[in-house]
Design a protein around this ligand. Structure first.
Ligand code: PMP
Length: 356
């Protein structure tokens, strides 16, 4: 690329661009972005079509959707913030809490946006390694919190490794972290969880922890990744600060309509979630039978701990027209997709372990 004289912050210039999985073509399964294989329900599409007033700006703060979510959590509407995907709220919270003198603590490997949001805020990323079975080490994470820490990110289930954080682990963690540190509980995949020991954000908030922010999204279980809508629930004062850092009116009217219609169709959507969770459990068993040491999977994805062979293993999948997400030197994440993709995934898994 040719250089231009415009000054770019060096730490931003050094950031890798957000990597999106490749797009699928004919006969190819795209299992690289933890998307929902089911299309939107007809009622959701109809609600967006009915909205029509797209010549007008959307309602700032998406009041109808905030009110619906507030009702479910038993909180005031200003304790809910709607964002253009939960990733945008993560960036807002980083800006609101953490600057150049501060650090943001998170487990690694986890969601790829975490290091970037620390850099964009000008803060330092402090990472704590996952345990060998892909779990957060919350005791070590609490120990990594210092007076410089502005925010801690806890991801349950953890993207990309799969396991949850338990309620007991999280409670002990909160007891060990000072009340002036924001703790974000990123529950992007919570609807897929079947382990009853998992932390429950709603329960944490009900217990009155004012420094906890719970993040959810409509992208995964609700299948609205393309419309970009997610939310945070937590203390209104923290959310006011986050709102001040956001781009005004970034949540579209179409996204708000679709999210509301999805809540109306929740039974049907959660039935699909159960189908995906069953498919996931089956896939984990088959991959373990094939010889892969797959960690507990509680999201809509599974993790092959391929280590240095991650790129090579992903290439075996790609040769079989399966687009998966490799993390060089670490592992390969595979989204639980269409039923018809399973046999092919298991076959590629067998082949890639055999080539060791
Ligand atoms: N958190 C986690 C852990 C994720 O994996 C993702 C998406 N990959 C997000 C947040 C953001 O999702 P969205 O912006 O689509 O709501």
């Amino acid at each position: 690329m040719t250089d231009i004289p415009v000054r770019i912050r060096p730490e931003i210039a050094a950031l890798p661009p957000y990597r999106q999985g490749k797009q699928a073509g004919e006969g190819v399964f795209k299992l690289s972005s933890n998307e929902n294989p089911f299309g939107p329900l007809p009622g959701v599409v109809a609600a967006v079509a009915r909205a029509q007033a797209f010549n007008r700006y959307p309602d700032a703060s998406s009041p109808r959707l905030s009110a619906r979510i507030a009702e479910r959590y038993g909180v005031a509407p200003d304790a809910v913030h709607i964002g253009a995907g939960s990733v945008s709220i993560l960036f807002q919270l980083a800006q609101a809490t953490s600057g150049p003198a501060d650090d943001i603590v998170f487990s690694w490997r986890s969601f790829e946006a975490y290091p970037s949001l620390a850099t964009v805020a000008g803060a330092t990323a402090t990472t704590v390694p996952n345990t060998p079975d892909g779990r957060h080490d919350l005791v070590a994470m609490a120990a990594a919190v210092t007076e410089r820490t502005g925010m801690v990110l806890v991801c349950s289930p953890n993207n990309p490794t799969g396991p949850i954080v338990t309620q007991d682990e999280f409670d002990a963690f909160l007891a060990a972290v000072p009340a002036n540190v924001l703790v974000v509980l990123d529950e992007a995949y919570a609807e897929f969880v079947t382990d009853p020991a998992a932390v429950d954000g709603r329960r944490v908030l009900a217990a009155g922890h004012d420094n906890v922010m719970v993040l959810r999204t409509f992208s995964k279980a609700y299948g609205l990744a393309g419309l970009r809508v997610g939310y945070a629930v937590g203390h209104p004062r923290i959310l006011d600060a986050a709102r001040s850092t956001g781009i005004p009116l970034s949540v579209t009217a179409a996204a708000e309509e679709a999210a509301l219609a999805s809540l109306d169709a929740e039974e049907e959507l959660l039935e699909r979630v159960r189908v995906i969770a069953d498919r996931r459990d089956r896939l984990v068993r088959l991959l373990r039978d094939a010889g892969w040491d797959v960690p507990d999977a509680q999201g809509n994805f599974v993790w092959l701990p391929a280590g240095d062979r991650a790129l090579e293993v992903a290439a075996v999948f790609e040769a079989a027209d399966l687009i998966v997400r490799p993390f060089a030197g670490d592992g390969v994440r595979i989204t639980v997709g269409e039923e018809e993709s399973l046999d092919r995934v298991v076959e590629a898994a067998r082949r890639s372990i055999a080539s060791e």
